[in-house]
Write a protein that binds this ligand. Structure first.
Ligand SMILES: Cc1cc2nc3c(=O)[nH]c(=O)nc-3n(C[C@H](O)[C@H](O)[C@H](O)COP(=O)(O)OP(=O)(O)OC[C@H]3O[C@@H](n4cnc5c(N)ncnc54)[C@H](O)[C@@H]3O)c2cc1C
Length: 304
């Protein structure tokens, strides 16, 4: 893609547009090469325009939220990256129903619901993603997942057509959903909680936050759990017992605090992280005969 296209887009979008933007600025692992064009839409019209533009010019389109579950290649991402964030982050609460833009952070949604005396979303408070990313990943914690509180989502397809889907028409599984490879973009979600004492909500969120801080290496860039837990097992335990805790490739390290986390000690590359992931997979497979599946999403081209 050329700068001409970039200039072209600048005329029609009202949101932010960045050319050759390092994805390391948009991922919690702080790794990833440049996106040819990164668009931060200011609202629905921008998303529609960007989608139609990408389709007409045959530009590949990648959607991201807060980048907290992504491993982006050191070579970056070809085409357009659409980052759903602030421009779609309004939150409205009506009794026990919460309507939020897909770019709203889960922590903000949980806090707003809590302040309005709506409980049931406490588990979301410490997950550093957006509502859109959480729906697509079926994010969850402490035995609850977003699919249990979701009523419906608004979607837009890559032709710019808008639709609505009820929760029961989306297939949700552990850290996955049928939206994952669908090419559909989540633009809004409706969640349902229940009336609860504000102080109890706050206390629960505080407890969960403390649990996270004591068990997760939050002082280093990371992307949360790297692997899904295989049915009946804890991925962290399997990794620990296969001797991979503390293992390093470059500046990527299997956390000493939580073995299912890989931390960036400073200047890790995406290649380092992927190599480490594959080493861990081999070690666990050799010791237990179980192939760990990645929970994180990998974007872009890698040398293999
Ligand atoms: C410290 C830490 C702790 C974490 N703890 C948890 C946890 O307890 N539980 C948990 O489940 N996860 C956890 N995670 C992982 C991560 O926060 C979640 O998966 C989160 O839901 C990802 O949201 P995101 O907005 O960052 O999405 P991204 O990482 O940007 O994207 C994730 C996927 O969703 C897609 N996507 C994003 N937004 C949209 C959209 N609007 N429309 C369509 N597709 C979209 C992307 O294409 C990608 O496939 C943690 C991560 C970190 C760094």
């Amino acid at each position: 893609m050329t700068e001409t296209i970039f200039n072209d887009l600048e005329q029609v979008l009202s949101g932010q547009l960045k050319y050759n933007e390092p994805m390391s600025r948009h991922t919690s692992w702080r790794v990833g090469g440049p996106a040819e064009v990164l668009v931060e839409p200011s609202g629905m019209v921008d998303i529609k325009t960007a989608c139609e533009y990408a389709r007409d010019k045959k530009i590949p389109l990648t959607v991201i939220g807060n980048g907290s579950n992504l491993l982006v290649s050191d070579y970056g991402i070809k085409g357009m990256v659409l980052k759903i964030g602030k421009g779609l982050s309004d939150i409205e609460i009506d009794n026990e129903t919460i309507m939020a833009g897909a770019g709203a952070k889960l922590s903000r949604i949980a806090a707003a619901a809590g302040a309005a005396g709506v409980g049931g979303l406490e588990f979301m408070a410490g997950i550093p993603g957006t509502l859109g990313g959480a729906v697509v990943m079926n994010a969850g914690a402490y035995g609850k997942s977003i699919s249990q509180v979701l009523k419906r989502v608004s979607l837009i397809n890559q032709n710019g057509q808008v639709s609505c889907q009820e929760q029961e028409n989306i297939i949700f599984d552990y850290r996955s959903s049928s939206l994952q490879e669908s090419g559909l973009i989540v633009t809004e979600g409706v969640l349902e909680g229940y009336l609860r004492d504000e102080k109890q909500i706050k206390d629960d969120m505080k407890d969960m936050g403390e649990k996270r801080r004591s068990s997760q290496p939050l002082n280093y860039p990371n992307a949360g759990s790297v692997f899904r837990n295989p049915p009946g097992y804890s991925a962290g335990k399997l990794i620990e017992e296969s001797g991979a805790k503390g293992l390093r490739v470059g500046d990527a390290q299997v956390s000493e605090k939580h073995a299912n986390f890989i931390i960036n000690l400073g200047s890790a590359t995406a290649e380092d992280i992927l190599q480490l992931i594959e080493r861990v997979q081999r070690m666990v497979e050799k010791r237990f005969g179980i192939r760990l599946k990645k929970e994180i999403r990998v974007l872009g081209r890698f040398l293999r």
